[in-house]
Design a protein. Structure first.
Length: 197
């Protein structure tokens, strides 16, 4: 059994912060959440560009926010930008609130579970270098999340879709694509399978 790096735990904590806009999406009018995300993305991009322009600021961010930035993000946009942008696009494109809500929760809980369990217990490699243990954790968490929203069959099928989506090494950033792809696949699945309890 391996130890989970503290930096990885810090990064997954950022995922939990996404619950702010996810719960906002569920309880607040859609336009408020859209504007809130747009403003948040603008602020984060501004800080990122400023970081690139001012080396001392970039060093400050890397030294004091260690763990929130990956080493390869020293000279490119952080994952937070892509996560927020993916959430915004998902909310704008798809109209079924339940499918969107589930896809956003998959990102927060299942992606984190896959990474943490994979790092700590992953011994058996499967697709794209992902571990069986991490993917199993992703499936279980997605299935549990789905049971709060969908019926048993749809929750099970949704968990399978999300597990495959999480395993694929997407270009740009997986946090960006996971929300969009899962919402799209769940929306498509809902055309053929009864999803409500």
């Amino acid at each position: 059994m391996g130890l989970i790096p503290k930096d990885e735990i810090k990064r997954k904590f950022v995922h939990l912060m996404c619950l702010i806009y996810i719960l906002g999406y569920w309880y607040l009018p859609k336009n408020i959440v859209v504007w809130g995300l747009a403003i948040a993305i603008t602020i984060v991009i501004f800080l990122e560009v400023l970081r690139f322009k001012v080396p001392s600021l970039n060093n400050f961010f890397k030294d004091n926010l260690k763990g929130f930035y990956r080493q390869q993000e020293a000279d490119k946009m952080s994952g937070l930008v892509w996560t927020l942008l993916g959430g915004l696009i998902t909310i704008l494109i798809f109209s079924n609130k339940y499918m969107v809500f589930a896809s956003l929760l998959y990102l927060v809980f299942a992606d984190a579970a896959a990474a943490l369990v994979g790092r700590a217990f992953g011994k058996h490699k499967i697709l794209f270098g992902k571990s069986l243990e991490g993917s199993a954790a992703c499936f279980v968490v997605c299935f549990i999340v789905g049971l709060f929203i969908f019926n048993f069959q749809f929750a099970f099928l949704g968990a399978i879709i999300a597990t495959f989506t999480e395993a694929i090494p997407w270009k740009l950033n997986d946090n960006f694509w996971m929300q969009i792809i899962n919402a799209g696949m769940l929306t498509l699945l809902a055309e053929f399978v009864v999803w409500s309890k």
